[in-house]
Ligand binder design. Structure first.
Ligand SMILES: [Zn+2]
Ligand SMILES: [Zn+2]
Length: 249
């Protein structure tokens, strides 16, 4: 493992690794499944649209009530001081993860490289989403590629999948897009954004999320979480590399 900063080192105690692909893991969003390759939500999205994300990669699990889930909520909704600390922490996480694993995402999405980086915009009327700021100015590797490619269209209910909830306001035709979001809960927002980008002509779309929201409400989910927690977070591995679907540094 390459030397990493104290901040990244300390996050190893906060981040829970996403389990490898295989039986019991949704082939799209990496949550636990009982018998089917995909979870209920991902299967529903596939029934509703043909053009979805080519790959979804969560950096870590954000377990309900856990520290990472609390931080993901605070960074958007907390007071200014808390937001600034978490903002810097998340920028560091994203920058380092991309340095180590962007090639894994591109490979799994069958893209040579991502020419465009975009963020899933907030649908709650926030004018300047912190993720936009992070990707357009704080993170060196995304700064020149970031395009505010999506704008929310008001009037859609939360957690409903529809490409119409986003307007594409950039030329993405034949371009590979890395779409970043902070949290994946049902995936409806991110997949709506992917479908909108694909309808606008985007070639391949890879989704990167900081946290995959996880609520261990069933025995299967608790087993899955126990398996995930049994390994310490490793900055040199991502779920794609573990699964053989991509490659790791
Ligand atoms: Zn799923
Ligand atoms: Zn990787």
């Amino acid at each position: 493992m390459r030397p990493i900063s104290w901040k990244l080192q300390s996050y190893r105690n906060v981040l829970i690794p996403v389990p490898s692909a295989g039986p019991g893991v949704c082939t799209t969003c990496w949550r636990e499944v009982e018998r089917w390759p995909q979870c209920f939500q991902c299967n529903k999205h596939c029934d509703q649209a043909r053009s979805l994300a080519d790959v979804v990669t969560p950096i870590a699990l954000a377990v309900k009530g856990g520290q990472f889930a609390r931080e993901l909520s605070l960074y958007k909704n907390g007071d200014n001081r808390a937001q600034a600390t978490l903002f810097n922490g998340f920028a560091t996480i994203l920058e380092y993860f991309l340095r180590q694993h962007e090639t894994c995402l591109a490979s799994a999405a069958q893209a040579e490289r991502f020419e465009v980086v975009a963020a899933v915009p907030s649908t709650r009327g926030r004018l300047s989403h912190p993720l936009h700021r992070m990707l357009s100015s704080n993170i060196g590797r995304t700064r020149a590629r970031f395009v505010p490619a999506l704008a929310p269209v008001p009037g859609f209910a939360d957690r409903v999948f529809t490409p119409d909830r986003f307007q594409v306001c950039a030329d993405v035709a034949d371009r590979n897009v890395l779409l970043v979001d902070d949290t994946w809960t049902t995936g409806s927002h991110a997949q709506s954004a992917c479908a909108a980008l694909k309808d606008a002509g985007a070639a391949r779309v890879g989704v990167l999320v900081l946290g995959r929201h996880f609520e261990p409400s069933t025995g299967t989910a608790r087993d899955y979480l126990a398996r995930a927690r049994s390994q310490l977070f490793d900055w040199d591995r991502c779920c794609l590399g573990q699964s053989g679907r991509g490659r790791c540094a």
